[in-house]
Structures are given as C-alpha cells and as structure tokens.
Design a protein around this ligand. Structure first.
Ligand SMILES: C[S@@+](CC[C@H](N)C(=O)[O-])C[C@H]1O[C@@H](n2cnc3c(N)ncnc32)[C@H](O)[C@@H]1O
Length: 292
C-alpha cells in the first residue's frame, strides 16, 4: 500500500498506533467511501479489530496498543497508561489483519437472508425500505437512563469514521429523568409499531439501573408505561442474569457500581401476535458462552 503521511493525524491517535499501521489506515480512509457497500463492510471489520486486549504473551490483538475491545478509555488516561506501562503499538499489515478477521467470521455464502441497516434517530419516522414489507421481528437495545456516553467511549472508532464524538453524543438520547425516558421509549415504540406486522414482535434488551440508593427495573417501566400507549401488548419480561464475570461494563473502573447488573428482555407483540413457547434456560457456565 502507498505510504501516507500521518503528520495531520491528532497526537492522541498517533500515540495509539505504530506509524506504519497508522499510515495504512489513513491510506484506507482516503480510498474508501461509506457510500459503497463493500467499503462499509471493510470499515465494519476494521472497527471490530481496531482495539483489543493483549494476548497471553502481552502483544496486542488489535491494531492499537492493548486496551479493551468494548469501549476506549479516555485519551489522557491512555496516554498515562502507555507511559507508565511502556506499551508498544504493534506493527500490523492492516489488510492481512482484515482478511484474517473476515476468515474467522465464517460468513455464509448461501442460505442466509440479507438484512437491512441504516443510521437514524429512532424518534424520527423510521426510514424502512418500502420494498421490504413490514417487520416480523424488531430486536433492539435502547439506552438505559444515561449510563453511557456512546460517542465519547468510541472516540477511536469515530476518528476512523471521521465523526466527532461530541456530535454523536449530542444526537443521542441521554437523560436521568424517568419521565423523559418513558416519553422517549413511547415515541420510539410508536415508530416501531408503524413498521411492525400485526402478528409481529418487538424484543428490547433493557438493563436495570441504579439511581441513588434504589434499583430501577427499566424493562418494567417500559412495559407498564410505554408499550400500551404504542399499541403493543406485553408478552413476557425475561430475566437475563449474566454472571458478573461476563459483563462488559465490569472492566470499567469509572462505571463500577453504576453499571447495569441485570439485563431483561422485554417481549412485546402486535395485536395479533401469538404467545411465546417456553424458552430454554441458558447455562452461562458452558464453555461456549463468552462475555469479553
Ligand atoms: C444499550 S446501547 C445498545 C448497544 C447495542 N445493543 C450494541 O450491542 O452495541 C443503546 C444504543 O442506543 C443508541 N441510541 C441512543 N439514543 C438514540 C436515538 N435517539 N436514536 C437511535 N439510537 C439511539 C446508542 O447509540 C446506543 O448504541
């Protein structure tokens, strides 16, 4: 790949990468467009491998110095950490790493139905492709009362995509007010209902949150306070008790004590949706269950 200057790249990004790895990324940014499907796929793969923890020998699995794959720590914290622990950024052939990752995804070449995805505010009319007909199932995980700033915590991935974390966060819903949360969820569910078949389902993963000294069962709040207003029936609220060792937010010092402990799956149905059969029990001790 042609060598690209990295002089214009912000210092907080330069500190994370080996110059050769960064130069390749900048070159890819120049050549790829988010308007092209194939490029979007390569971007998605790159975002998945951009930062990750260390292998047992201490070398990073991702393209940056070792850090969690889930969210990126704050730039100043990372700067200090690199200095104190003398972290070294890996020299990686980016296209080889992308190819290896795609290989490991075992993407089926046939026998699958292509989905559709697009980016929008869930409060606006849902830009559902006309030719698709209405949905049988919508599966989503809405925000949980201001626990996370998704833009800020994805600042490295957003650099790759050319977005400002602040702009992203400004467009997202965050509020610690339960009343505003109910309004937000009612508006979102009304939008979804308009694109759902009468016998279709909406499943929402919603975690409990702590507010002051109490735990709020947010899934129940949405079931009792929003679903009916949006013309949806409550079919089930499944407890999804994830053993703490699997929980992504556990690795975050800053959110410890505030992070979600119990996730629930709220199952809603359109007016003609059938009741669900009994669901299988998940054995989290099984070797096939991975958190992070
Ligand atoms: C609990 S997270 C879900 C995470 C997701 N399940 C995943 O695995 O990445 C909540 C998501 O809601 C998104 N969000 C917040 N406000 C939104 C809005 N107004 N419209 C659309 N999405 C929004 C956030 O960007 C975040 O990705």
């Amino acid at each position: 790949m042609r060598v690209r200057s990295i002089a214009h790249v912000p210092d907080e990004i330069q500190m994370l990468f080996h110059p050769s790895t960064l130069s390749q990324l900048v070159s890819l940014q120049d050549r790829m467009s988010l308007l092209r499907g194939d490029d979007r796929f390569v971007y998605a793969v790159l975002l998945g491998i951009l930062h990750a923890n260390a292998r047992t020998d201490g070398t990073p699995r991702g393209l940056t110095v070792a850090m969690p794959n889930t969210f990126a720590m704050a730039p100043n914290y990372v700067k200090q950490y690199i200095r104190v622990h003398r972290l070294k950024a890996p020299e990686v052939d980016v296209l080889d790493a992308v190819a290896e990752r795609i290989e490991s995804l075992e993407i089926p070449t046939s026998g699958f139905r292509r989905g559709a995805a697009w980016m929008q505010d869930v409060r606006a009319t849902i830009a559902w492709p006309r030719e698709k007909g209405k949905a049988s199932l919508i599966f989503a995980s809405p925000p949980y009362l201001q626990v996370m700033k998704y833009g800020k915590m994805n600042w490295i991935r957003l650099w790759l995509l050319g977005h400002e974390p602040k702009d992203v966060d400004n467009g997202l819903f965050t509020s610690a007010s339960l009343a505003r949360y109910r309004e937000f969820m009612t508006a979102a569910l009304k939008r979804m209902r308009a694109r759902l078949r009468a016998d279709g389902y909406v499943c929402l993963v919603i975690g409990d949150v702590r507010q002051d000294a109490t735990t709020v069962n947010l899934a129940k709040e949405v079931a009792d306070g929003c679903a009916g207003l949006a013309g949806l029936r409550v079919l089930e609220v499944l407890d999804d008790h994830l053993p703490v060792k699997h929980k992504v937010s556990r690795i975050w010092g800053e959110t410890r004590g505030r992070a979600t402990k119990t996730d629930r799956i709220l199952v809603l149905g359109g007016p003609k949706a059938q009741r669900l059969p009994a669901y299988p029990k998940i054995d989290w001790s099984s070797a096939n269950c991975y958190g992070v």
